[in-house]
Design a protein around this ligand. Structure first.
Ligand code: RTP
Ligand code: MG
Length: 135
């Protein structure tokens, strides 16, 4: 069964929509297999977003993602990587379709509420980074 890493970013926690996001994941039929509320250190954040290390927004992204507690979870189900990305919506919340998490709850590209792994390869790497003890 396919697994993906989902983060409810610090803006989502701050805005008290953790339950809303989890509810959408559960209603879709995906299952939670691990979950933790934690504040990321800068090293973990840089490793998580290493593909963006050369982008102009990298420093600001690391500052944002370490700026408060986030919820990290492993979600499992049929084509869960693609299924969660569809629930999340486009990266830019302005163009994200209404009905998606970003389309319904966000307006700024950085503070877009959730992260979902973009491939099964990324999912494996990210799950190891956040949940090294998970089998
Ligand atoms: P994520 O990795 O967080 O699931 O988001 P994504 O795949 O939809 O988008 P990605 O291109 O991987 O970007 C990672 C996160 O960086 C922030 N971002 N800021 N122009 C900007 O200031 C900018 N572009 C992206 C967003 O928080 C985005 O989700
Ligand atoms: Mg991404």
């Amino acid at each position: 069964m396919e697994r993906t890493l989902v983060l409810i970013k610090p803006d989502g926690v701050r805005r008290n929509i953790v339950g809303e996001v989890i509810s959408r994941i559960e209603r879709k039929g995906l299952r939670l297999v691990a979950m933790e509320l934690r504040t990321l250190d800068a090293d973990t954040a840089r490793t998580h977003y290493e593909e963006h290390a050369e982008r102009p927004f990298f420093g600001s992204l690391v500052e944002f993602i370490t700026g408060g507690p986030l919820v990290a979870m492993v979600v499992e189900g049929e084509r869960s990587v693609e299924a969660f990305r569809a629930l999340a919506g486009a990266t830019d919340p302005v163009t994200a379709a209404p009905g998606t998490i970003r389309g319904d709850f966000a307006l700024e590209v950085q503070q877009n509420i959730v992260h979902g792994s973009d491939s099964t390869y990324s999912a494996e790497r990210e799950i190891k980074l956040f949940f090294p003890d998970l089998g």
